[in-house]
Design a protein around this ligand. Sequence first.
Ligand code: NDP
Length: 476
Amino acid sequence: MKSYTGLFIDGASRDASAGGRITLYYPATGERSGEVAAAGPGDVDAAVESAHRAWEAGWRDLAPGKRAEILYAIARAIRENLESVAQLDRVNIGKPIADARDEAALGARVFEYYAGAISGFCGQTIPVAKGGFDFTLRQPMGVVAAIVPWNFPFPIACWKVAPALAAGNSVVLKPASLSPLTALELGRLAHAAGLPPGVLQVVPGAGSAVGDALVTHPRVRKISFTGSTEVGARIMQLASGDLKRVSLELGGKSPNIVFADADWESAAEASPMSVFANSGQDCCARSRVFVERSIFEPFVEGFVAATRRLVVGDPAKAETQLGPLVSAAHRASVEEFLEDARARGSSFAHGGARPFPEGFFLEPTVLLGVKNTERCWREEIFGPVVCIVPFDDEAQMIREVNASPYGLSGSIWTNDLRRALRVARLVESGVISINSHSSLHVEAPFGGFKRSGIGRDLGMSAMEGYTETKNVFIAG
Ligand code: NDP
């Protein structure tokens, strides 16, 4: 592991112009693990201007087949370097190595998908009333700013960068200050695979300085953001002056609904990882579990037993399922929620404590008896905490599910097909899975209703979001 990495601008690593640096810590031990350059507004300006030049000078007009070749080459480069990419996220944010390997492979898969999508992405011919010939072009926008979080640093960066490049844009990528390493590595690998200098720039740096400079830069045409609802709302406000395009993938408080007619034993076995995976630092975490009352007690018993079997510990070990939280400050914010639950008399069916003296670990925690007015029920915790409640009436349960300001993801467990489809239609969320906890498919749209965001990542929807539609009419 290198102890210092520069910004990635114009195909090369460079220091920040004002000499800023970010210190990184290994969350499993709390020890210092390295440093990266921290961009300032001057570096952002240089990165954006140069990304614009690279776009105008050739990337915009490159034949689609050539663009596809380069994206396939980036995917190959990621696959050839899978282990080193995975180790970077393991050391950077304490991600369990098995997950980090899967996420590196997902990043490669995303580039492959969009390399293939380029040739199938097209406009329409339209039989306009005037006669003549009318058709639409999908044109790239120019410079896209991609601002990404720390929970899934590599795949989220890939699923913004790949479709934006595929559509013919250049990208300035800002990783979270806690997790810059795999974004910088993506810049390096993409350049080595043949991406022209300047088409992908990577500028770590404080959100307040780099983020604002990016969002307000006159050459940036679109901001694609994943992170907190508060920062997403601020970006939307800042972007409104120039009517910049925005897509926002934000927080969640997703439901996991289990009916008595389901194979609920399997649901109880599978459900802990639907909320505790990535130590709960997941916008799709199914953190509110609704269980039909007749099976509530045995379901909770099965859920707690499966939670006890989860392997919490050293992220370097292949068998580890849950690593540490990303930082001491983030663990402290999760513990505040647990204090609130304790003070209000919720019952802890499992967890609630720090399992090890070192590192930023927290046990997966199962709360019962939480009221719908409490913080743990209403707010996104972004840690390994779940609330399980019983329900009697389907309609009342759906009202409670939809009372959340969020609407990102969710699961429904039932063997009644009509009920499954009825509830799936009524739950206000952008993604829903039936008898499964899967939220994400490279080929399908991903994003939220309400305060969970605007716009969609992944699938062809993402390509659409990185283009403008131009209508062309030829008099006939
Ligand atoms: P933030 O929303 O603060 O950070 C996400 C990204 O936005 C980071 O790259 C961050 O940079 C950047 N950013 C911060 N401020 C600005 C700004 N003013 N303008 C532009 N970009 C900015 O999330 P946090 O990391 O602080 O996490 C806080 C909470 O957000 C979590 O507890 C969770 O509830 C939610 N969250 C949701 C995620 C999701 O997947 N939907 C992902 C991450 C967080 P920097 O790191 O330098 O501050």
